[in-house]
Design a protein around this ligand. Structure first.
Ligand code: FES
Length: 389
């Protein structure tokens, strides 16, 4: 009689493994202690999560460095450990200015290693009609305590997603996340190269020039190029950072493009970057939003706000975002990025019409279908009824 060979195929193996896993799990559950642990902090993972994503951080301004009349760096310390971050992330600060409750985000300029040593640095540059930047520059002094949330933001180098060469395009104070990245590369905490194309109007406006020059001269992974739009000076590129300048300085091989700066830079690059024919995943933006639409005569509207079941009616202007209207009225809405990306401010548009600038609609498809909006990047075009989530 011939013997029959018996083989276990993949599906059967999976089934056997599942039975084994279920049996072991049952045994594990039955042998566990009956009482629930009372202090969740006892779990190491919870301690780590709390230190990386604290609900909020109380920071004290330890020193201030003045770059010009309109730009200052603020350094912060804390009695507790600072939340760690990736180079390129930002901190969101909470302000109570008069009746308004406002949040604003600023990219962290210091390196991630500095957070481990107990220090953050941000740089604030005055922007026209910048309600909060003016407030900071005139009111923040050494010793003040301020409230910030955990670091956030996606414009960070990720080897699984990005090319190992980063071409960074910075405009004005948009230099700060790339200063952080350059410092992190120099300290060995990030393993990528950085070609930094830094656009300013004149050489006087360049922030951190001596440090950037030194990083560029002493680290072969960092190359800094200054591009001046309003003056023709020796040693600087002239014009705007567009496709030609990027092509001229981009390293051999594949590269990712990171952009950080004012809305005007974003608008300009919108027409320039397609010339490079890069896949979308290799292009990343961090855009500062002023919360204003400047091109037309503002129209006044009203917004009926439903907040935890309580209704109130506030004034709004077609030239300012819905979030600005909330802030002016002292209505606190969770908000971080102010560019439509993080989703913290997500609210339900019960009725009315809003305008969302092209390229700033970063809602999920389901949110669009069910009329959820990001108030930080939409402008009233009629009276509105909005329910804050
Ligand atoms: S604050 Fe981030 S989406 Fe509005």
């Amino acid at each position: 009689m011939s013997k029959k060979k018996f083989s276990v195929n993949g599906n059967l193996k999976d089934s056997l493994n599942t039975v084994k896993f279920l049996t072991e799990r049952k045994h594990f559950i039955n042998s566990a202690a009956a009482a629930l642990p009372t202090r969740t902090d006892d779990f190491g993972v919870n301690r780590v999560a709390k230190s990386i994503h604290p609900k909020e951080q109380k920071l004290v301004i330890s020193r201030i460095e003045e770059h010009s009349d309109i730009a200052k760096s603020y350094f912060f310390k804390s009695e507790t450990a600072l939340a760690y971050f990736k180079a390129g992330q930002y901190l969101t600060f909470r302000f109570e200015i008069g009746n308004a409750v406002v949040t604003r985000s600023y990219s962290i300029a210091s390196s991630p290693a500095s957070a481990l040593n107990g220090e953050y640095q941000i740089t604030v540059k005055r922007i026209n009609d910048g309600f909060v930047s003016d407030y900071i520059l005139h009111n923040w002094t050494v010793g003040n305590e301020v409230t910030a949330y955990a670091p956030e933001g996606n414009m960070t180098y990720c080897p699984l997603r990005d090319a190992e060469n980063i071409v960074a395009v910075a405009g004005g104070s948009g230099i700060t996340p790339f200063l952080s990245l350059a410092r992190a590369i120099d300290q060995g905490d990030e393993d990528c190269t950085l070609t930094l194309l830094y656009g300013c109007r004149t050489s006087d406006e360049i922030l951190f020039k001596s440090e950037l020059d030194s990083l560029s001269a002493n680290n072969s992974k960092i190359n800094v190029v200054y591009v001046l739009s309003h003056s023709d000076e020796e040693g600087y590129e002239k014009g705007f950072v567009g496709a030609d300048i990027i092509k001229k300085y981009a390293p051999e091989g594949n590269y990712s493009i990171f952009v950080c700066g004012p809305g005007g830079l974003y608008k300009y690059l919108e027409s320039e970057l397609p010339k490079l024919q890069k896949e979308k995943k290799y292009i990343r933006f961090e855009v500062f939003s002023s919360g204003k639409k400047s091109d037309e005569e503002p129209t006044e509207y009203s917004i009926t706000v439903i907040n935890r079941g309580v209704e109130s009616v506030i004034k709004a202007s077609s030239s300012e975002t819905v979030l600005c209207a909330f802030e002016r009225a002292g209505i606190e809405v969770p908000a971080r990025c102010h560019t439509g990306e993080c989703g913290f401010c997500r609210s339900k548009l019960v009725s009315g019409k809003v305008y969302i600038p092209e390229g700033e609609d970063r809602r999920r498809i389901a949110d669009m279908q069910f009329n959820f909006i990001h108030p930080c990047c939409c402008y009233p075009e009629s009276d509105l009824v909005v329910r804050i989530n």
